[in-house]
Design a protein around this ligand. Structure first.
Ligand code: UDX
Length: 453
């Protein structure tokens, strides 16, 4: 690995920031990972991320050991010596759905006072189109010469390292061509050591396009939110067609396999189920609708996508209610609380919403997730019981809802499950089970847009 003299600051050590910092710190750079949250910072100092992400702790540990990853809560200790400052701070949504840019602007404002003249300020946080121009004005008002670059992040939780190392595309947008090239050179340096990093993290190599795309500032900002919005649209489209499949005995998996075989459409993100959640899609969709409306543009197509998505947990509860002749007084297990498999993140999780709907319908609800119990706890209604194993959660259940298709949940011993249950209904909220396997175990199968047995 080539050792460079460049020092980098990464502001915010969440999913994006910590992944970025851990990769750069093992690619020849000295990297400050700036995290204001005391508990998160202490975890990083001990070589652990505060969330579950495959391979990440190995890279954090290696960076700490080499002294190239420096966790800190101080802007003063990090920014003045850095040639690149990445802003990876959170962009939550406001109650009205618009993006809350408080952290984005306060990070830029605080960094501005400390930047060395040639340092490049790189925005990785997902921001509405037009935000970068405002930060450029903020820098100009302070007579700062620093270049501003938008470099949106496309990594997915659960596959963050693999997505970053073996990327589809790196997008950099801004006015200063030399600054764009310098940012690209960082990623080219990472490319030279990515096989080594993948080995260190225990990851397989993934074949991806690996394109570098240079655009203007506003395009880069819009690329990020448009990508997420389009993926959300695909999911809600699949869920709408799944509702039609439910009424007609078509099988949504068969339908989407064939529809997705058309190269113009593609099979990815057409999996029907309980809908999307997490820290990105819900807020990016509402943020896009809101920012479009600020420019007088109607994005009702995305409003519809959000409405379909919101309807899914209730739709599933209603399907089960019809099948069981009511929910009140019944005992249910909801297995899988993270917003998708492979992560401990339970933000805006459909599994949590489903559990709350069932509990609200006066059912007794028992839940379990392999990684997300703790993160889900505060969002669950108080009378829901969290368990340490799937077996404990499904004991005596009248129906079992597999809300998140963790591989270990899809591989549950169905005969054992049937024997422990009081009823026989398995609700496959991500359409991940083979119907014949479920019925062979003596269970009744219910999917989303698939035949109910
Ligand atoms: C997403 C984008 O994929 C990523 O590029 C961006 O940087 C951040 O937002 P992430 O939120 O980690 O990543 O998860 P992703 O794998 O995209 O899944 C999002 C949600 O959609 C999950 O709840 C998942 O279960 C759901 N989903 C996905 C479906 O319901 N059906 C599908 O076909 C695909």
């Amino acid at each position: 690995m080539k050792q460079t003299t460049d020092v980098i600051t990464v502001l915010g050590a969440g999913y994006v920031g910590l992944t970025t910092a851990a990769i750069l710190a093992n690619s020849g750079y000295r990297v400050f990972a700036v995290e204001p949250n005391f508990q998160r910072l202490e975890a990083i100092k001990k070589g652990r991320s505060f969330f579950y992400e495959q391979g990440l702790d190995a890279l954090i540990g290696a960076g700490l050991k080499a002294g190239t990853l420096i966790p800190t809560d101080s802007y003063e200790a990090s920014i003045p010596s850095s040639s690149f400052v990445f802003s990876c701070v959170g962009t939550p949504d406001n109650p009205d759905g618009s993006s809350n840019l408080t952290y984005v602007f306060s990070a830029a404002e605080s960094a501005a006072a400390l930047l060395q003249p040639k340092a490049i300020y790189i925005q990785k946080s997902t921001v509405p189109v037009g935000t970068g121009s405002k930060i450029e004005r903020l820098f100009a008002d302070k007579k700062l010469p620093n270049a501003y670059v938008s470099n949106p992040e496309f990594l997915r939780e659960g596959t963050a390292l693999a997505d970053s190392l073996f990327f589809d595309r790196i997008v950099v947008g801004g006015q200063d061509k030399a600054a764009l090239e310098r940012v690209v050179s960082l990623y080219k340096q990472v490319e030279t050591c990515r096989e080594e990093l993948a080995r260190l993290a225990g990851l397989e190599r993934v074949e991806r396009a690996g394109a570098y795309i240079t655009t203007n500032l506003n395009s880069a900002e819009l690329i990020k939110v448009t990508s997420n919005a389009f993926l959300a649209l695909k999911i809600s489209f699949a869920n709408s067609i799944a509702k039609l499949a439910d009424e007609t005995e078509a099988d949504i998996n068969e339908v989407m396999d064939a529809v997705g075989a058309d190269w113009r459409i593609g099979r990815a993100f057409l999996n029907a189920g309980r809908g999307y959640g997490g820290g990105c899609f819900p807020k990016d969709v509402s943020g896009l609708i809101s920012s479009a409306s600020d420019y007088g543009v109607d994005l009702s197509i995305m409003t519809a996508a959000a409405e379909v998505n919101d309807s899914m947990p209730g739709y599933i509860a209603h399907k089960a209610q019809r099948k069981l002749g009511g929910l009140a007084g019944k005992r249910f297990a909801v297995l899988g609380l993270s917003f998708k498999a492979g992560t401990s993140d339970a933000r805006r999780s459909a599994g949590v919403r489903l559990a709350n709907i069932l509990s609200h319908s006066k059912a007794s609800v028992h839940v379990y997730d392999p990684e997300a119990n703790e993160e889900a706890r505060s969002d669950l209604r108080k009378d829901i019981v969290l368990h340490d194993s799937a077996e404990a959660a499904y004991e005596q259940a009248d129906a079992v809802f597999v809300a998140t298709a963790w591989p270990q949940l899809v591989a549950l011993d169905l005969a054992k499950l049937k024997a422990a249950m009081n009823g026989t209904l398995l609700v496959d909220c991500e359409n991940s089970f083979t119907i014949a396997d479920v019925t062979a175990a003596g269970l009744q199968y219910m999917g989303i847009g698939r035949k109910t047995t």
